[in-house]
Design a protein around this ligand. Sequence first.
Ligand SMILES: [Zn+2]
Length: 463
Amino acid sequence: MAKITFLGAAGCVTGSKYLVEADGKRLLVDCGLFQGNKELRLRNWERLPEEPATFDWVVLTHAHLDHTGYLPRLVKDGFRAPIFANAATQELCSILLPDSARLQQEDAEYAAEKGFSKHNPPLPLYTEAEVAPVLERLREIPRGGSFTISPQFSVRSHDAGHILGSSSLELSITENGKSTVVLFSGDLGRYDQPILNDPAPPPRADYLLCESTYGDRDHPSYSPYDALADVITRVSKRGGVLVIPAFAVGRTQTLMYVLRQLEDTQRIPHLPVYVDSPMAISVTELYQRHREDHDVEFTREEAGGDPLNAHKVHLARSAEESKQISNVNTPCIIISASGMATGGRVLFHLARRLPDPRNAVLLAGFQAEGTRGRALLEGAKTLRIHGEDVPVRAEVIELRQFSAHAGRSELLRWLAGLPAPPRKTFLTHGEPTAASALQNAIRSQFGWDVTLPAYRQSYNLTV
Ligand SMILES: [Zn+2]
């Protein structure tokens, strides 16, 4: 009997890991880090409930760390088999995973120096050296079309429109000559967004796993161009600095694209834009190179110039260049990781800029429970950074228009495209309120059987 076990992204938005078993073979779909509150992060340190050495393959929907960031630990703990991903996802992994290791090492070293870690000495979850064996295991699958993993499993990718290379995976499971289809939505992007294609219509599926990050709300319909232009004008007029915590993949490119458009249409001044991320430039190059993901409009604009860079861009690769940004006292924009302010260089910028009311922090992505980003959104008066309480006097702005995730109606629009109701739908990758709101909407709108799986729960899949 085929079976699926939810080893992450069940009742929360991170740690995506789904173990599919058929005919004695085990395939792990995604291998993400848990991020957010401490209870979740501690799961990264527990041994997986299933032995990594017993997994036969991993297949990835996309490169974000909450879908791939646990791979170094999986390999460290005994996984010795191929990891399937398309070319863009592989290239992004080769940038993101070493960076994830560096961030963890830096945070551990900083904690050791300041003596505020719970571990003694503070340990990183994995090191940069432990990433190389992961990259060696990557095997390419096509961006579209079908790929046979084994007699039991074959996958077909469908564009998910979320980040470069992001896919929904249609997994066909064959056991005793009979087949069943499980569709993994992966993270779904938005319709009519710059740069990337729209999410492709889903294929028929017997079982469906659908993300539910924004299952309880829609993104504001107010134009992201107007919203960003307003913020930049307001902050620069009062002589402030705008800090944007953003992951290097996806949101940074979208923000840069919109900044460039606003500059070119004279809606904002040409301010210095500091991209404080050693990897943003490489990721932007990948976005330019993987044309198979580009929508028609972006393809046209690419031909005429450099739509992914603002006019006055400064890229800070080294720690020294990063520190120099602290000396800037005139209006500017700083884009730096991590996107939920859980770690990375943005913490130094927040510590430096939050106490000044002329400045602003723009939160453009999902802010998970327990993160500094969420605390800022909820009006925290101080923020704990590197063991100190930093007063929050800067303006905090949320622009959910820049989300890389489908909002509630976009999720329902994608779901409505299924040619027939799935036998069972599992809602994953959502906090409980978001997932149950989407569950109610699907029941009332489509009348489907919808389940919210729990962490470590298994279900039989009838083949
Ligand atoms: Zn994602």
